[in-house]
Structures are given as structure tokens and as C-alpha cells.
Design a protein around this ligand. Sequence first.
Ligand code: BGC
Length: 736
Amino acid sequence: MKPIQNLFRICAVALFAVLFVGCAPKPNYSDNPEINRKVAELLSKMTLEEKIGQMNQYSGNEFTTGPQTDDTTVIKQIEKGQLGSMLNIVGAEKTRSYQEAALKSRLGIPLLFGLDVIHGFRTTFPIPLGEAASFDLAAIENGARCAAVEASAAGVHWTFAPMVDISRDARWGRVMEGAGEDPYYGALVAAARIKGFQGNDLEADNTIMACIKHFAAYGAPTAGIDYNTVDMSWGEFYNYYMPPYKAGAEAGVATFMNAFNDFNNVPCSGNTELVVDLLKGKWGFKGFVVSDWGSIGEMIPHGYAADKYDAAVKASSTSDMDMESRCYIEELANAVRDGKVKESVIDDAVARILTKKFEIGIFDDPFKYCNKEREDNLTLTAQTKNSARDMAKRSIVMLKNDNTLPLNKNIKSVAVIGALNDSKFDMKGNWAWPGDVESVVTVRKAFEDRGYKVNYAEGYSLETLKPTNVNEAIAAARNSDVVVVAIGERAMHSGEAYSKVELTISDEQQNLVAQLAKTGKPVITLVMGGRPLIFKEATENSGAVAMTWWLGSEAGNAICDVLFGDYNPSAKLPMTFPKRTGQSPICYNAKRSGRPSMLHYIDDDAKPAYAFGYGLSYSTFEIKDSKTSTQTIKGGEGVEVAFTLLNSGKVDGEEVVQVYVCDKVSSVTRPWKELKGYAKIELKAGQSSSSTIKLAPEAFGFYTNDGDFIYEKGEFDIFIGNSSDNLILVSTVTMK
Ligand code: BGC
């Protein structure tokens, strides 16, 4: 465009803005200027009360995850424009009826419907920690994609996922919702899940907005107790806990959620250092931030706010939307009128929220996601079930196998022991309220469907997990060719508020395995749970042990796929499994100490039961001829690690080759080793192939305590292997 034309265009736009938008603020939260214009125009028409209404979110009573306020006037409030969003209202018809109420409000601003779509929707996928074990980003992205297709057809606009909180403490029950302990891998999983939910186009009717949660450091509560205080240095935060949040912002996530905990002595819902300076400031995040359930009001028991008024003031710039605490709707207008909160702060929050409403297209068509026909046709389809089964088999981690697996398909009978092996509800896992229980395939059902004679015995009560009729279980084992026994915790024993002081599976359950082993039949133990657990005795008494987490709708089929060798297990642990509960928190990438040889307990060593990155295959793999592309680099340069992988076993399979880096000497203390690259490679039996893993420049830098990412001269050891505790040194690279 010529300069004169350009000038003319600028003047025309300015004149238009003055005429039509008056003195309203000029929000700039969309890449689409037309949306920014519409947001400004709408904002200029809104009263203070209507603006605050947009910042207010209530829960419907379908599924609740927090203390709900009894309120029979919700519809009336929606009609008055006092509500911008609802969670836990699901289904094309139900969301439509609430949306109709919103359209009756003075400005007819449509509602946003949010929901915890955590691992699938009607079709349930493995719990996120299980999915993370796959080290298969394409499958993880596909899982989120399937969930988005089903949920968007049921009126859902927005999922409160992914949870990207790094955690090293299995006592914390919410480890089941995350990707484990590693920041590098956690960041990749965060981006994959966001891409799956949001696709490339928020406006498409089969995508939903994602929400990175919980900002920040929620996964590091003191003593592993959910909601407890978090005490960490900035250096620790930047290097270990921050990367997945930052990756989420960079991947274009639509929203963030505050955390319940305090961080650096301030509750996250009112933490300006985190939200204003870092997220919205340094990272330039353009979406909006929702509080966690009631977390604005919870700043009162935190002792950080005196009352709801004070809480509303203190959260106004850090939480754009108030989930269920009602501090905003009750007090924010007063605070603005009193001059305690600037109206520009309100405008900023509302502009962010309205921008997303425009971007997903509900101003043009408020009912575009409430389509009963789509809902009926797109849920629980053969395709979503196949995807769930594929994801589930990729999530199973084989921990031990004394040539017991794969099972010979010619066996006639199997003793399926343990009530968990036949519990549809548990197989679904926690955080799966919308999941369809009836269609869940249990382990018992999957063996029956394959035509085997199944001798089932519950072994223990599902309610108490205490043994019931052990003799029946032993008799079932004696009458069968093999024994498949499930032990562990119940699905609802991990998740929010389910912290545990003891990670060891009960003596009684482990004793059941011992009794079954005495029959002399091959015993395969399936460990079911949402977190790392401890099960040494059961392992000693089993020919094979697999960690099967909660695998969702297709759990039984996926487990049979692996047990019979139709799928060769390839998953690796995304979290360290401790040997004793007292080792928690535990992780592979711990800092170095001045007395490494003395890092132990007087009653045990500090080694885990199973290391991060560990997992067996029915095949064996050898990594050979590894070398780096260079011996010297400059800051900002990466390194390629070339190697040959040989499948030296008798069956086709996949191996996750992992590359770790150790920064040998630096101006701050650094970990023993950090995962910085990996590749999942599929090879036929006997086949070998040459591959390269690229280490990004960032693999050789770190964050200072001030949050600056820097490169320092010095040496870096580069290791390769198939588990964080099975590595060889490839080479030492020098940064000059
Ligand atoms: C949880 C969030 C969840 C919200 C809504 C809270 O209790 O911490 O992760 O998204 O409830 O269900």
C-alpha cells in the first residue's frame, strides 16, 4: 500500500473508532482486528454491573467438584446479565436452555460453558498420567481431539484441562491428572493436549478452548497434602515447574486457571507477580484467567483477605473470572465505586472474556455447539473407542516379566482375581464424570469376549479393599491355566483432595498375590492406581507385573492386547516409583549434593523401586554407535545425537530412546541429569535403524533466579539410554 493510501486508511479507522466506539478502551486481545473492534464496541455499551456479570461463573449441579452455593435464582441472574459463564452444564439440550436465558439479557451476551474434560468425554481415555507414560505425543493429541469432538457436540465450549502441574510427590493425589515429574516432557505434553483440544481454529464447531492449570506450582504442596502451602525458590520454579505453563501460553492456550495454593507467600488467585508480571506481562498472554473453584473467597481463610470485598479487590487484576466464590458479583462493583479497583481493570478482564466468546463464534450463533444430532452421532463411536483402545495399550508400563508374558493364546482358562478387574466405574478413573460407565470393558469381560473360560473371584471387597473369600480365589487359580490378579487403590483414591500418607498397597492385597503364587500357576499382577504405588512383595510373587493406571472405556481390551502380545508394551514411567513412602518426594532430576555418597537413609538407600523412563518390552533393544554432531557449541546452538537402534529380540516393538544432559559446572547448582530429547522408534525383530535426536539450544541453558534464560560456558555431559537409570555417556560437549 502506498504511504498516502496508508495514511488515508489510518485516518478512516480512527474516525470510525471515534464515531462508533466513543471513548471506550481499545482492547487488543485477538489477532483478528474485527473482533477487537466488536469487543470495544460492546464494552462501551455495558454498565459496570453487566461487565462484572461477565466475570462471574457458577456451577450447575450436574457434577460438582467444590462446595456449591444453594441458588435457585440462577436463571433469573442469567437473564439479568449477571453471569458470564457456567460450568458443569452438559448436553446439547441443557446448554441450549441456559443459553436461551442469556439471550434474554439486555445485551444478549451468550454464556460460556466450561467443564472438566480431563481424559475423554463420553468415551474415556486413560488418566493423563497413564497417557503420559506412552511418550507418544501424536496419540496424546488425538485423545484430546476425540474428547473435544464429543464435548463440543454436547454444548461444551471450554475444558479445564490440561493440568500441567509438575509433581514429584506421589502422596499428592492429583499426580493422576498431570504428565509426571519432568519439565521438558511436561511442556511437550501440554502443547500436544492444547493442540488436540483447540485444533487450529477455535471457531470450528468441533474444537474447545483449553485451560492451563493450576497457575502455579500447585503440584508441590508441602508434605504432598493437597491445597497445602508451596514454598519454593524462584530458581526452582523457573527451571522445574514453570516450563509446561510457559509452553501452554506459547501454544496459544485460550485460558489459564489460578491455583489454590499460595506462592511466594501470596495466594495464587491474587498473586500479581505470577499473573500480572509473568503471565500477562512477560509472556504477553492474551487469553483470560479463571480462578479455581472458590479460590478468590479462599483468600480469606488463607489469611490474605479480610472479607469478600477485600478478596474481590485483591483478585481483580489476577483472576478475570470468579469461579463460584461470588466475591465479584457481590462486591466488585462496590469496590470500583469506592475507587479501590479501577474500572480499566474490569474492562481489561471483560475484554479478554468477550474476545474468546467472539473467537469461538457464539455471538454469531449462540447455539452452534448445542446440536442434539451431532451429540448423538459423534459420541461413543467406533472411531473414538478405537482411539481410546490404542491410547490405553500405549499407556501400560511393563515393570517385570520373567518370560511369563506374552500369554499363549492357546490357554483355555484364566483366573481373573480382584474386584478391580471387574469394576467398570474404577476402570474409568477419577475426573471422568461425563464418561459412559456402561460401555467400559473390564478385564473380566475382555477375557470372556475372547472366548476363554474365566474363573472370576473378587478376592477383596471393592468398598474396603479387604480380603473377602480368599479360598475362592485360590480355587479359581487352581482351576485355571494362568492367574491375572488386579491390586491397587480405587480410582477415587487419587485425584483432588486424595492425598495419601502411605503409598504401599495393603499387606492383605499383596498377601493375596502370594497365596495365588503358591498354587504354582503363572501369576500376572496388574497394578491399578492413579499414582506411583509400592508393591514389592506382590512383585516378588508374580511372574509379570504391569502398571495399568486407569485406562478408560477400553481398559480390558487394551490389557488383553498387551497380555497376549497383540501389542508389544512400549510405555515408560513418567514418574519415579519410590521404594518406601518416606522417600517422597523423589525424582530422577534432583540437584547434586556436596556429599553424594551420603545421600541415603539409615534404614534404606535412596534408590527408587522404578526410575523415571523405565519400562520393559517383550523385545530387547540395543543402542549403538552414539555420537554427537559436534564437540563444541556456542550459546544458542543445539546438538544432534546420532545413534543406531537394534531390535535384538524376537518380536517387533517400539523403544523410547532418551537423551539426558548434565551441566557439569555452572554459576548455580544444577541437576544430575535432565531429559532433553527422546525418540520413540518402531523396529521389526532383528531390524536396526539409524536415527538422530535433536537437542534444542535450550538444552544447554537455564533460568537464573531472576527469570532470565542464560547460556554459560562450560562442559555438558550427554547421556543416552532407555531409562533415566540406564544411560551411557555419549560425549562431553563444550560451550565456548
Ligand atoms: C479443581 C479444578 C477444576 C475445578 C472445576 C476445582 O476443585 O481444582 O481443577 O477445574 O474444580 O471443577
